[in-house]
Design a protein around this ligand. Structure first.
Ligand SMILES: [Cu+2]
Length: 187
């Protein structure tokens, strides 16, 4: 004879279960995102210089006769001493400055970092739209999507580092394969 147990479960365990399902769904979504990210490094650059690892240098196509463009990249300092990005140059631009963006009385402004950009040990500094960026000025040619723009970065300790910015579309907010969506300037 089969003992019939009264259902010991009320609404709560069900809710718990559905929450678990949600977590599982989320895990799958994350795995899918991860796979999408893993697909990127095939053509993503990773440049090592001393204790620094530089990834995802990119820029945006310039519309019309624009003479300036932003340059973006991620710099990680795996060492134990601070380093500093002090200068940048490239044939494409008459001049390259290192800029920061800041809110000034509710207006987004940018200014050159005269002493360069510090990369503290164990930290990762991301140059991205709405934040720190390289400012390519007096462009000799417009930047076209799909192009690579060679630059030379000068670090205090790591020395000279050559890399190329991958040029994305005019409205791109992140390097190819990343869809962080717009940030920074929209705040
Ligand atoms: Cu700028």
């Amino acid at each position: 004879m089969v003992a019939i147990h009264p259902p010991q479960t009320n609404a709560e365990p069900f809710e718990h279960e559905s929450r678990t399902m949600k977590n599982i769904t989320r895990t799958f979504a994350c795995a899918a995102t991860l796979l999408a990210l893993l697909a990127v490094p095939a053509h993503a650059q990773e440049i090592k210089a001393g204790d620094l690892v530089i990834t995802q240098p990119w820029s945006r196509a310039t519309p019309g006769g624009a003479k300036i463009a932003g340059g973006y990249l991620t710099i990680e300092n795996k060492g134990t001493a601070p380093d500093r990005l002090t200068a940048v140059s490239g044939d494409i631009a008459g001049k390259v400055e290192i800029h920061e963006m800041a809110m000034n009385n509710g207006v987004m402004t940018m200014r050159p970092l005269d002493k360069g950009l510090a990369i503290e040990p164990g930290k990762t500094v991301k140059l991205a739209p709405g934040g720190y960026h390289l400012m390519l000025m007096d462009l000799k040619n417009p930047l076209k999507q799909g192009e690579k723009v060679p630059l030379e970065l000068q670090f205090e300790k790591a020395g000279k580092v050559a890399l190329s910015l991958d040029v994305q579309g005019v409205g791109a907010q992140a390097p190819a394969g990343h869809s962080d969506g717009p940030h920074g300037m929209k705040k």
